[in-house]
Design a protein around this ligand. Structure first.
Ligand SMILES: NC(=O)c1ccc[n+]([C@@H]2O[C@H](COP(=O)([O-])OP(=O)(O)OC[C@H]3O[C@@H](n4cnc5c(N)ncnc54)[C@H](O)[C@@H]3O)[C@@H](O)[C@H]2O)c1
Ligand SMILES: O=C/C=C/C=C(\O)C(=O)O
Length: 493
């Protein structure tokens, strides 16, 4: 990001009321690839968070608050244009923060940023509201219709795995509905969010509509923001335990929350499946982004007649995933986000062994003989041999690891898949259309993919059941969270 004034090389500031501002203290952001510092980040103090919330409130009283839906949609399209204009800078920022491959950042993360703004420009401009004609007690008529109004100041708190994608997935509908936002990206991924602030300014988004505060969770910008009395609603993506902490913080102000949380997602491979597609799809669903996608598969259940073949092929493919620098086009792996997260994932590998798992491939760390040995890499890992009650099969690991086990009947497959506290996504591989539809009905998950994974239509409901979330975002569901409906009842008699 060198040379992009006003941030300057390696220094990432907060963005409040249309200006980049210091935080008082700074923290270091390290590269997951080498462990070396890549950015110095200004941590927002409590008073910076106060200023950001006040700026957002003021913006609601300004021109932004008087714009109609179509005008806001036009602003969103300009933001998308500007994101595309800054495409290469955003790719560089995302790769620097996460160590993900440049090929993935170019094809998934950054294009989805612009797509989120274009999608919600369209959705907000076309979504209808309800209207009912009512018979009054005297036999006359009354007309009811609902008006969408902004919720107000929305706090947006997001994690580090798909930084720009997940941030814009919330900012775009929040702005589409006329809110002002204060966003707090993960302390691990401050860079693309800082560029988004520059994009907002360049696209002519009025000052104060988009504010950015950097920092950590507890006793830092995250907690200051979620406890702030000036915040009207909180939208959060991250771990289920953090969701609990934020819910407690939100309780005092009785703030609306929308939560997209953790997962322990199952893949089901039926014996009639196209096995080539099931293997290739399961490699994607287990190892994309280093397994650091909330939707990633960490448990695969395979119908017994194809269990041996599927498992051998999956393990072979996992062992062949190419290491490389993020800039190498062929790179298919990536480091975990930090040494701390790597310690957690290696602890899970160790736990699996102590529970009696057989390690079919991986299970440790690679060595490179170069600067990457200072990074946070682990080997893609395939495990087998554990029962459904093993902690390895119940607790989210959030790394490139999957456990494979056999099943016999369809009923057993659903019981195994549903046997965790989580319920975000499931992936089903079958050629039987009846099984496909039954799986959709029987799986306790917010999203069921059949013969595919992570295929997204931004109009569809997205979220999790059980510990995987509260509420749905996507399409009109996002509009429902980011706006308040006022029902107007006019007696016509
Ligand atoms: N369901 C989904 O759509 C989805 C998407 C992506 C990631 N995730 C989940 O996110 C997790 C990985 O991300 P992570 O490690 O960054 O999650 P995390 O919960 O540790 O952190 C997420 C964000 O919350 C902030 N935070 C932490 N504690 C806070 C507090 N007490 N108050 C306010 N803010 C606080 C962090 O600084 C960060 O910005 C995994 O569990 C993954 O499944 C879920
Ligand atoms: O890591 C979680 C990925 C979430 C993906 C989305 O929120 C999305 O595709 O909109």
């Amino acid at each position: 990001m060198a040379g992009h004034a006003p941030n300057g090389p390696h220094r990432l500031r907060n963005f409040v009321a249309g200006e980049f501002v210091d935080g008082g203290t700074t923290f270091a952001k390290a590269s997951p690839v080498t462990g070396e510092q890549v950015f110095e980040v200004d941590e927002a103090s409590r008073s910076t968070v106060d200023d950001a919330v006040a700026a957002a409130r003021a913006a609601l009283r300004g021109p932004w608050g008087r714009m109609g839906e179509r005008e806001r949609a036009e602003v969103l399209r300009r933001v998308a244009d500007e994101l595309e204009h800054r495409f290469d800078d955003l790719v560089t920022a995302e790769v620097a923060d996460t160590g993900k491959s440049i090929a993935q950042a170019r094809t998934l993360d950054i294009p989805r940023g612009a797509a989120n703004f274009r999608a919600f420009a369209e959705i907000v401009a076309t979504a209808p509201t309800e209207s009912f004609t009512t018979v009054t007690p005297t036999g006359g008529r009354a007309l009811n219709y609902a008006l969408r109004k902004p919720v107000g100041v929305v706090a947006v708190i997001v994690p580090w795995n798909l930084p720009l994608l997940l941030l814009t997935w919330k900012v775009a509908p929040a702005l589409a509905c006329g809110n002002a936002v204060v966003v707090k990206p993960s302390e691990e991924t401050p860079a693309s969010a800082t560029l988004l602030a520059e994009v907002m300014a360049a696209a002519g988004v009025p000052a104060g509509v988009f504010n950015l505060v950097h920092g950590f969770g507890p006793d830092s910008a995250g907690e200051h923001l979620t406890r702030h009395p000036g915040v009207d609603a909180i939208t959060f993506t991250g771990e289920s335990a953090t969701g609990g902490a934020i819910m407690r913080a939100a309780a005092d102000g009785v703030k609306a929350v929308s939560f997209e949380l953790g997962g322990k997602n199952a893949g089901l491979v039926f014996a009639d499946a196209d096995l080539d597609a099931a293997v290739a799809g399961s490699v994607r669903s287990s190892f994309t982004n280093g397994g650091q996608v909330c939707l990633c598969t960490e448990r695969i259940y395979v119908q017994r007649p194809v269990f041996e073949e599927f498992t051998a092929r999956l393990a072979k493919r996992a062992g062949e995933l190419a290491y490389g620098w993020p800039t190498d086009e062929a790179t298919a792996t990536m480091p975990l986000i930090s040494h701390q997260h790597r310690a957690k994932v290696l602890g899970a590998y160790q736990l699996a062994r102590s529970e009696g798992a057989e390690v079919l491939t991986g299970g440790g760390t690679p060595t490179f003989g170069d600067a990457r040995d200072g990074g946070s890499y682990v080997q893609p890992t395939v495990l087998t041999g554990l029962g459904p009650d093993a902690r390895t099969n119940r607790e989210e690991i959030f790394g490139p690891v999957v456990h494979v086990a056999p099943f016999d009947t369809e009923d057993e497959a659903y019981a195994l898949a549903n046997g965790t506290e989580y319920g975000l996504a499931a992936t089903v591989w079958t050629r039987d259309v009846r099984v496909a539809h039954r799986a959709g009905a029987r799986l306790d998950a917010g999203i069921v993919w059949v013969n595919t994974w992570f295929l997204r239509d931004l109009r569809t409901p997205f979220g999790g059941v059980k510990a995987s979330g509260i509420g749905r975002e996507g399409g009109v569901h996002s509009l429902n969270f980011y706006s308040e409906l006022t029902n107007v009842c006019v007696d016509l008699s």
